[in-house]
Design a protein around this ligand. Structure first.
Ligand code: CO8
Length: 374
């Protein structure tokens, strides 16, 4: 593995519809009132507990989220439905996940200054795949007109950074020359909009990056991948039991564990120190001082988490531009979050400047990539 790997292009697809905290809370509270009215007798005799209203102020204070983009707004906000309304398509049409993946991917391919046919590997790396098979990546490969091979992978929120490492290894070993890693995240499909603790957390988006062998990348273009570190630590604190075996036990069908469930406080406490330690150890082993970093693009799950991690890494309060936030506008978009921050807040870096791209989440999984602007 002598050649280097370079990120030469990024892309971002943002759905046209957005839901503010206020809109989301109004719909949630309307559902709570309907629910409590329908169960007034059981609530009065103590057999069930009344549901409690949500609050836009709580959401912004606890998470930093103000709004989120979604594939379908009306279905989510309808208090009688609270699920996105995304009609199934015939197998002869592009699937919705493939469609948004291609919208991000084509931008990344254009930014890299290559043609789709020059891409010889496609990795769809995301938390929420639309179906079991054929792989989403193979549908994306065909829709783009890419060549070579394609596969899906899922490491929840760390799917993008783990995918970039796979791509980097592929170009370094020569198994591919130009790899597209694409992260279509339709998180609202697996979010329980009737759960007060988590109904505000996620949004929908797609991101993409192109990784090329250094020898193929135009001089002065893109970001050299100096180092990548991946770590996984098993935890049940972020879990979703949806899967093909659900039908083998009818008693569990429709239960809430088939959607996103988390112990948010535990995640916060356990993941923040592990992320800061990983980045710090990585920088030390590369002989890089944290203050030589121009930027860290962190996973976008919670503003308080990011503030804490950035403070631990830099050993001081970083300036807002050193650790950019997109969470306020996009909410948590799982694997896409750090890539959105990278895509939107990287154009001002100059050749030679150093930065870290880092994700963390379910698994637990932590991926950190040190980049140098070419
Ligand atoms: N409105 C008003 N009050 C509320 C609400 C609400 N919506 N929700 C909770 N409260 C109340 C609680 O009842 C509690 O009240 P009390 O103190 O009286 O008991 C109080 O607020 C505090 O509750 P919490 O302790 O739960 O609140 P926190 O301050 O911990 O904030 C967070 C909750 C925001 C969830 C926070 O814990 C957090 O962000 N933790 C980290 C989560 C994280 O990073 N998770 C990563 C998950 S993403 C991932 O890995 C990808 C998974 C795959 C994608 C799936 C797509 C669907």
């Amino acid at each position: 593995m002598s050649t280097s790997a370079v990120i030469t292009g990024t892309g971002l697809y943002t759905p046209p519809e957005a839901i503010s905290n206020e809109e989301l809370v109004a719909s949630f509270n309307a559902w709570v009132d309907l629910h409590n009215e329908a169960h007034a007798d059981e609530i009065a005799n103590g057999s069930i507990e009344a549901k409690t209203h949500s609050s836009a102020e709580f959401i912004e204070k606890a998470s930093g989220i103000k709004s989120r983009y979604v594939i379908n707004k009306a279905g989510i906000l309808d208090p009688h439905r609270m699920v996105p309304d995304i009609p199934e398509r015939p197998n002869t049409d592009s699937s919705v996940m493939c469609e948004i993946a291609c919208l991000a991917a084509n931008q990344a391919i254009d930014a890299a200054g290559i043609t789709p046919a020059e891409v010889d590997a496609v990795i769809v790396a995301a938390s929420n795949m639309q179906r079991a098979y054929p792989a989403m990546a193979i549908e994306v490969q065909a829709a783009l007109g890419a060549t070579g091979f394609a596969f899906d992978m899922n490491v929840a929120c760390s799917s993008a950074t783990f995918g970039i490492q796979q791509a980097s290894d592929a170009v370094k070993s020569g198994s591919a020359q130009r790899v597209l890693v694409v992260n279509p995240e339709i998180c609202t499909g697996h979010l329980n909009f009737r759960d007060r603790d988590s109904h505000f957390i996620f949004g929908d988006v797609a991101t993409a990056v192109v990784i090329e062998a250094g020898a193929d990348a135009e001089d002065g273009m893109g970001w050299e991948i100096l180092d990548s570190r991946m770590q996984t630590l098993f935890s049940n604190n972020i879990r979703n039991n949806f899967g093909f075996l659900n039908r083998a036990d009818e008693s569990g069908i429709g239960h809430l564990d088939k959607l996103f469930v988390q112990e948010g406080r535990k995640v916060f406490k356990e993941v923040c120190p592990a992320v800061a330690e990983q980045i710090t150890a990585q920088l030390q082993s590369l002989g890089i001082n944290a203050n030589d970093l121009k930027r860290i693009w962190l996973h976008q799950a919670n503003q308080n988490m990011n503030d804490l991690i950035a403070r631990k890494v830099f050993g001081r309060d970083p300036a807002p531009e050193e650790s950019p936030t997109i969470l306020d506008e996009y909410a948590n978009t799982s694997s896409a979050g750090s890539i959105i921050a990278f895509h939107k807040h990287s154009a001002d870096l100059r050749p030679g400047e150093l930065a870290v791209l880092c994700s963390f989440g379910a698994g637990y999984s932590i991926g950190s990539i040190v980049l140098r602007k070419r």
